[in-house]
Design a protein around this ligand. Structure first.
Ligand SMILES: [Fe+2]
Length: 273
């Protein structure tokens, strides 16, 4: 099974450049066009949040319209820049509980079972996994203990070591989630975004892969808590993940629109004992 992993396209409602610099609609369209040229074509695409830059319904609709050009099914979760309701509406029929203040759902029918999670809140600088959502995750994992499973959400559970990013990380529920994923034993990876910079780590023994942004790339000049120096840098990119059902292996690569690929930057250590 081949999975295209798109993250953080940050569409604006009126098409204005993000930060006055990046035409995010054009960047996402280029990423979509590149994915559509892959041979073989991915079986599915996962979009790990921040479809929009400022959350408007119009921006979410613009993102969904561009993503709908993908030649494979795609599935999205909200990010801290999104408004959950707008993402639910823009991305088609929502299979989860529309009354919940989180967006989680299971996708069946592929060699990997896909579980979408959502740690966003109404505050873009605060993230948490609510108890009810963790209970939902526990129930999904319990009903298919043997199924190879891939989890995707916007926020990485690990600490990056970059203070201003970590202080808006998942404040509640990440350790509970990690223990559940480890106990299940068949979770092959957690995919996320948020960092606009590829990073990998492990969380309670499970590989965690934060993909590049489909809009831009941020480079920090320091690890402090001040959001002082971020360079908006090209090129946008995406990740490609391959699950080998026979060998039971999961392999990933990063692809950027200037034609080069690279490995992942390693994150801080796994907290699991
Ligand atoms: Fe983002």
């Amino acid at each position: 099974m081949l999975i295209a992993h798109v993250s953080d396209p940050h569409l604006t409602a009126d098409g204005a450049p993000m930060h006055g610099l990046v035409d995010t609609g054009a960047a996402l369209a280029r990423v979509v066009a590149e994915i559509n040229l892959l041979d073989p074509l991915p079986d599915a695409a996962l979009v790990t949040g921040d479809l929009t830059h400022e959350g408007e319904a119009g921006a979410a609709a613009r993102a969904a319209a561009i993503l709908s050009a993908l030649r494979m099914p795609w599935f999205a979760v909200p990010g801290n820049h999104d408004r959950r309701a707008a993402v639910r509406v823009a991305c088609g029929p929502y299979p989860g509980d529309a009354a919940a203040d989180w967006m989680a759902y299971a996708v069946e029918g592929f060699p990997l079972r896909l579980l979408a999670l959502d740690a966003t809140t109404d505050d873009p600088f605060r993230a948490r996994l609510p108890r009810a959502e963790l209970a939902w995750l526990a129930a999904r994992l319990a009903e298919a203990p043997e199924r190879p499973t891939l989890v995707f959400l916007h926020h990485p559970p690990f600490d990056t070591g970059i203070g201003w990013l970590d202080q808006m990380g998942i404040a509640e529920g990440r350790h509970e989630m990690g223990k559940m994923l480890r106990a299940h034993g068949c979770v092959v990876a957690v995919l996320c975004g948020h960092l606009h910079h590829p990073m990998r780590g492990t969380w309670y023994g499970v590989p965690v892969l934060a993909g590049p942004s489909a809009a831009n790339r941020t480079v920090t000049s320091g690890h402090g808590t001040e959001l002082a120096a971020i360079a908006v840098a090209a090129p946008p990119g995406y990740a490609l993940h391959r699950w080998d059902e026979t060998a039971k292996t999961f392999a990933s690569e990063l692809r950027f629109l200037d034609g080069h690929a690279e490995g992942w930057r390693t994150a801080r250590p796994d907290p699991s004992p």
